[in-house]
Structure formats: structure tokens, C-alpha cells
Design a binder for this molecule. Structure first.
Ligand code: ADP
Ligand code: MG
Length: 191
């Protein structure tokens, strides 16, 4: 029951598991490293995890899978899209102590309206206290182009990368999809 509440609050767009990830199809990810992260030591030491690489190659899948492990272990988890993350509301909600700090943050956030500063707020609140798992299809060098503020991006990256497990993933989403469809056919029961 408790776990279900945590799962609902996490708001995963869908449930993905580590066992449901085909590592053979994604050789640029070290399965042993993912399995080691699944023991959740990274949460206890407030380390971050970054999955970088092109679209459709399993970044979100692995993020959710790690988040799901955390929920099962009783951690508070929240899945956010970039749009949600950079909205004022979630910039304050992302802090576990938001009830206490909402007033102060609310004031600060209303002074600073740019999405990139909201992103920074979330990262800064979490820094060395909570873990963040980030997926991006852009290399770090391009983040300033996305967030439109090079200074804030530098500040974000300094904090995110200070204690981080980085997965630089490669792959071809179309080839991957073909493989997966073929795999599905193999396990489909005969009728
Ligand atoms: P990304 O976040 O990199 O754009 P996703 O994680 O959303 O990609 O993956 C797209 C879809 O393909 C998802 O349904 C995901 O579960 C599935 N998928 C991708 N790679 C794998 C894999 N190696 N094994 C199993 N499913 C995969
Ligand atoms: Mg994704």
C-alpha cells in the first residue's frame, strides 16, 4: 500500500524495469554499472546519474528503472519532464522540504522568471542532499544553447557533475526498434 502511494507520487509515464531492459541491444551501457546503481548507494550519498545520447535508445527506460527501484526501497521519487522541471511550481515542489521553504522560494522564484533559473533552483536544492537522474539528447556543450543562459548552465553542470555517474549512450533507434519487434515475435505464443 505504502509502496503504491510512492509509485503514484513518482508519476512515471510508464513502468520500466532493469530486467525489462535488453542490455544485449544496448552494448554502450555497462549492465554491471546499472545493476550496481540499483543497489541505491548513489541515493545514500546523493550522487547523480546522467544518461546522454540520441533519442529512442533507452535513456528514459533506465532512468525510470532506477527510480522504480528507489520507490520499491521506500525513497521519494518524482519523474519530471524538462517542461515540468523548469516550471515555477515544480521548482519549489522538487525540494523535499518545500513546505518549510515554500514562502522563501516562492518569493525568490517570482523574482526570477527564466526557466533555466528554475532548473538551477532544483539542482541547487538537491545538491549534495538528494540525487537527480537526468536524461539528455544534447551533449553538455550544447546545454547553454538549450537553456539560453551560459552562466546558469555552468552553475548547473558544476553541481550536477560534481558527484555523477555518466552514461554516454549511442545507438540507432530504428535498428533498436526492429530488433525489439523481432524479439517480440519470437516470444509471442502460437495461437
Ligand atoms: P530515450 O529516453 O533514449 O529517448 P526510451 O528509454 O524512451 O528512449 O526508449 C524508447 C522505447 O524503447 C521505450 O519503450 C523503451 O522501453 C524501449 N527500449 C529502448 N531501448 C531498449 C532496450 N535496450 N531494451 C528494452 N527496451 C528498450
Ligand atoms: Mg527519453
Amino acid at each position: 500500500m505504502l509502496r503504491e502511494t510512492g509509485l503514484n507520487k513518482a508519476k512515471f509515464p510508464s513502468i520500466k524495469t532493469i530486467d525489462g531492459f535488453n542490455f544485449a541491444l544496448q552494448p554502450t551501457v555497462d549492465e554491471a554499472k546499472i545493476r550496481a546503481l540499483a543497489n541505491l548507494d548513489f541515493l545514500r550519498s546523493a550522487e547523480n546519474v546522467l544518461f546522454l545520447g540520441p533519442s529512442g535508445i533507452g535513456k528514459t527506460h533506465l532512468s525510470i528503472a532506477l527510480g522504480y527501484e528507489a520507490v520499491k526501497a521506500g525513497y521519494k521519487v518524482r519523474f519530471l519532464t524538462t517542461q515540468e522541471l523548469t516550471s515555477q511550481l515544480y521548482a519549489s515542489l522538487a525540494d523535499a522540504t518545500f513546505q518549510r521553504e515554500l514562502g522563501r522560494l516562492g518569493k525568490y522564484l517570482s523574482l526570477d522568471k527564466t526557466a533555466s533559473s528554475h532548473f538551477f533552483q532544483v539542482i541547487n536544492q538537491a545538491y549534495e542532499r538528494q540525487s537527480v537522474i537526468i536524461t539528455s539528447n544534447r551533449p553538455f556543450q550544447e546545454w547553454s544553447g538549450v537553456l539560453h543562459d551560459a552562466v546558469i548552465v555552468t552553475a548547473i553542470l558544476e553541481r550536477v557533475l560534481h558527484h555523477a555517474h555518466i552514461f554516454n549512450m549511442k545507438g540507432d533507434r530504428y535498428r533498436l526498434r526492429e530488433y525489439m519487434q523481432a524479439e517480440e515475435k519470437k516470444v509471442m505464443p502460437l495461437s
